[in-house]
Write a protein that binds this ligand. Sequence first.
Ligand SMILES: Nc1ncnc2c1ncn2[C@@H]1O[C@H](COP(=O)(O)OP(=O)(O)O)[C@@H](O)[C@H]1O
Ligand SMILES: [Mg+2]
Length: 279
Amino acid sequence: MYRRRKIALRDSLLSRYSETLGEMMMRRRNEVAMKAARVESELANRTKSAFLATMSHELKTPLNSIIGFSDVIQSLKDGPQAQAQSAEYAGHIAKSGRRLLEVVNDVLDISKIESGSFLLNRQPTDLLDVADAAVEIIRGAILAKEQALDVRLPNDLPMLEVDGKRIKQILVNLLSNANKFTPERGRIAFVAMRSQGGGVTFAVADTGCGMSNDEIAVALKPFGQVQGHLSRTQEGTGLGLTIALGLARKHGGDIKIDSKPGTGTTVFLTLPPDGKSAA
Ligand SMILES: Nc1ncnc2c1ncn2[C@@H]1O[C@H](COP(=O)(O)OP(=O)(O)O)[C@@H](O)[C@H]1O
Ligand SMILES: [Mg+2]
């Protein structure tokens, strides 16, 4: 009798204990799930705010310039002076239009890269031509800041099966960052070398403001612009490096950043031999 009561008591204690344990585990699991959801939505909100802040600036500035200069052209009185002024203002309108197109293209590129629907147009490509074309695009901006540009591109770079337009886009962004984040009369070096397996490595080095490791992580995030880099006084969506990394990886390559605050930055773009290994 006594023994049966003892067993009944033990069973009820056990079942109560397991019920409580079950409830505790459920509660803990819910807490963890809720925390994960909170972190995720906070991150999404932060990306959304960064997107809105950058986009409103990057869209409004050229749009205001287009509207403003068109209004002025409409109000010009006829005459030879008006003709010269119209031509000058039309130049500003065209420049702002091109800037808007760049911003829209960046946003389209990043959405395609992030959704995985980005397609490369691979052709056997002479990387020397691609690198030369990238330098020509950025040369004016480098001259305007009186920066010294040291270009070392060997003649024996291999032909790789890559999307030349996209490789040029990566190089232009790296060179344009070096130009934007290096003060006047600073130095920029652009080097290419054949890597051991037959691939190619490009490096863009500058004597600019540099970044800490935490700042590099920010720079690689979509819309990430490092505070205090005057990034907001420079043109840019903060998408360039994210797109560059996405495009490099699509080719089976990679981007690595080596930087020190106050000293400068070197960014490496590596492309594998056939342009498609490890994709
Ligand atoms: N060479 C560099 N030196 C110092 N900071 C850089 C350099 N390249 C990029 N950054 C930092 O990384 C940020 C993101 O670069 P990027 O994605 O190309 O965007 P954007 O050029 O549109 O600002 C820049 O705003 C800048 O703060
Ligand atoms: Mg950039």
